[in-house]
Design a protein around this ligand. Structure first.
Ligand code: SAM
Length: 244
């Protein structure tokens, strides 16, 4: 009885791990976000296993049936179309339910888009915040404004047709000079990472059709230097003395 979360390539099929292949070969069945996409991958790997559909539109309805199968002693693997399941993909609800029902869960390490995007960005990566997809309409501005003073590097997933809009909104909140990067088509033939200020990157992408999958990284707000902090302390003290 176990649920495995198995990361799959985000482009380059060679990125599947040996352990991912072993687990996919050993399980009783595979829960797939899109059975056709996973079917192609399994065919490429020479693996033949029962596939069950598990996606954002049926996850609420199918969880109890999956838990029942696991409780009967089955071992299942959850995969998404690309990358690590549950990272901006279905999986979180199933993991939580498994843990509530004492079903062991194991997530294999493997491909995910945000790690290579962050490392390629050249922005500080000792501390970062993964923001995933922003809401398309309602709540988008509020989420961005909540990040106005964020000092860690921020990572966003975005679709190509909303990239310019996002860059414009990011420039409004963080200023056009904030350093950033856009990574496109990671691990694929036309992989590129564009680095610069938000306005430089927007100008670059305004010139050409934007295609493919995209991760945007934005540098955090610079922490005030020690002398700035000291000066501010002094200013605050001065103001207090003169308003008392
Ligand atoms: N579970 C995936 C992961 O671990 O990264 C994310 C799935 S989410 C539905 C899809 C988004 O991930 C895309 O819109 C894009 O923002 C990002 N993404 C996935 N593959 C990518 C790639 N090869 N290059 C750049 N971004 C990618």
């Amino acid at each position: 009885m176990k649920l495995y979360l198995v990361p799959t390539p985000i482009g380059n099929l060679d990125d599947i791990t040996l352990r991912a292949i072993k687990v996919l070969q050993s399980v009783d069945g595979i829960l797939a976000e899109d059975t056709r996409t996973t079917g192609f991958l399994l065919k490429h790997l020479g693996i033949n296993k029962p596939l069950h559909s598990y996606h954002m539109f049926n996850e609420h309805g199918s969880i109890q049936k999956i838990i029942a199968q696991l409780k009967q002693g089955k071992t299942l693997a959850l995969v998404s179309d690309a990358g690590t399941p549950a990272i901006s993909d279905p999986g979180f609800l199933l993991v939580r339910e498994c843990l509530d029902f004492d079903v062991p869960v194991e997530c294999l390490p493997g491909p995910t888009a945000f790690v290579p995007a962050l490392v390629n960005s050249g922005l500080p990566n000792d501390r970062f915040t993964f923001e995933g997809f922003l809401p398309h309409k309602k709540g988008r501005q509020t989420r961005l404004e909540a990040l106005a003073n964020e000092s860690r590097t921020m990572i966003f997933y975005e679709s190509p047709h909303r990239l310019l809009k996002l860059l414009e909104q990011l420039a409004e909140v963080f200023g056009p000079d904030r350093p950033a990067s856009v990574s496109r088509e990671l691990t694929k033939l036309f992989e590129e990472t564009v680095r610069g200020s938000l306005s430089e990157i927007a100008a670059y992408f305004a010139e050409k059709p934007i295609k493919g999958e995209i991760v945007v990284c934005v540098g955090g707000k610079p922490e005030a230097s020690r002398s700035e902090k000291r000066n501010k302390k002094g200013d605050d003290y001065y103001k207090q003395r003169h308003t008392d």
